[in-house]
Structure formats: C-alpha cells, structure tokens
Design a protein around this ligand. Structure first.
Ligand code: HEM
Length: 127
C-alpha cells in the first residue's frame, strides 16, 4: 500500500474534478462489460457512480461527504452481496486502469492511485 501521506495527496493534486473524470470513465465501460455489467443495477448507475466518486474523494484526501451520506465505508461488508471472484477483481482493475489513462491523470499520481486501487480490489475478493 502507498503510505498514507501519498494516498491523501491525490485529491489535493488532481482535484475532485480529476477523480470525477476517472470514475466517469470507469462507469462508461460498466454497462457493456459482460462480467461486471450484470452486477450493477442499470437504473442506479448514476447513484453508484456518485458513491464510488465520493468514497475516492474522501479516501484520497478530499471532502468527507461520503461519510456523512453513507457512514463508515466497511467495503468488505458492502461487497458481500456480490460475487467478487479473482476474475471479477481482475476485470474491475482492468476497467479502472483504462479509466486512469482515459482521464489523463499525471503518471506519479496515477501510480499512487493504481497501487491503492489494485490492493483494495484484491482485499475485496470474497469467493
Ligand atoms: C474487486 C472488484 C469489485 C467489484 C466486482 C465491485 C462491485 C461493486 C458493486 C456491484 C457495487 C454496487 C454498486 C452500487 O450500487 O454502489 C459496488 C459498490 C461500491 N464499491 Fe465496489 N467493486 C469492486 C472493487 C471496489 C474497489 C477496489 C473499491 C474502492 C477502492 C470499491 C468501492 C465501492 C464503493 C465505495 C461502493 C459503494 C458503497 C456504498 O456506499 O454503498 N469497489 N462495488
């Protein structure tokens, strides 16, 4: 895991707008993905996008509105209803890597985000 100082430097560096671009680029790919598409509620994609965006803004050192709206993240518990296999984890990471490229995040910040996101995704495997 990157150290806490690096993690919390991300949002101050690229802004909420930078994180919003990444998450939008991620969710643009979800509906047509054969593995992940069916896991996400189609009528709630905009809300799902807002939840991931606000979580990442919070975790990467920005506003804590995620906590006020959703409470403690407890990510493993919140993913328990979904089958997160190694294959689902790898796909999620692939879409997220592509989103980081599409959103043109500067390489040093991208590296911090990637390390955090890849490791968190691995931690969420539950089947
Ligand atoms: C490992 C592969 C992953 C899969 C298959 C997956 C799948 C999902 C699904 C299906 C949802 C429900 C969508 C919604 O209605 O919000 C969700 C929610 C969420 N995921 Fe993931 N996810 C993965 C990894 C991650 C990672 C790595 C993070 C954080 C770095 C993350 C953060 C979140 C958050 C914050 C929510 C919303 C929680 C809430 O407030 O209810 N997920 N995920």
């Amino acid at each position: 895991m990157p150290d806490e100082a690096a993690i919390s430097s991300v949002c101050p560096t690229i802004g909420e707008a930078g994180i919003a671009r990444v998450v939008a680029a991620f969710y643009r790919q979800v509906p047509t993905d054969d593995l992940l598409g069916p896991m996400y509620p189609p009528h709630e994609l905009a809300e799902a996008e807002a939840r991931l965006r606000d979580f990442l803004i919070f975790r990467f050192g920005g506003s804590d509105r995620y906590l006020h709206q959703r409470g403690h993240p407890r990510l493993r518990m919140r993913h328990a209803p979904f089958v997160v296999s190694q294959a689902a984890r790898d796909r999620w990471v692939m879409l997220m890597d592509r989103a980081l490229t599409d959103a043109e995040i500067p390489p040093a910040t991208q590296a911090i985000m990637q390390e955090f996101l890849h490791q968190t995704a691995t931690m969420l495997i539950n089947s």
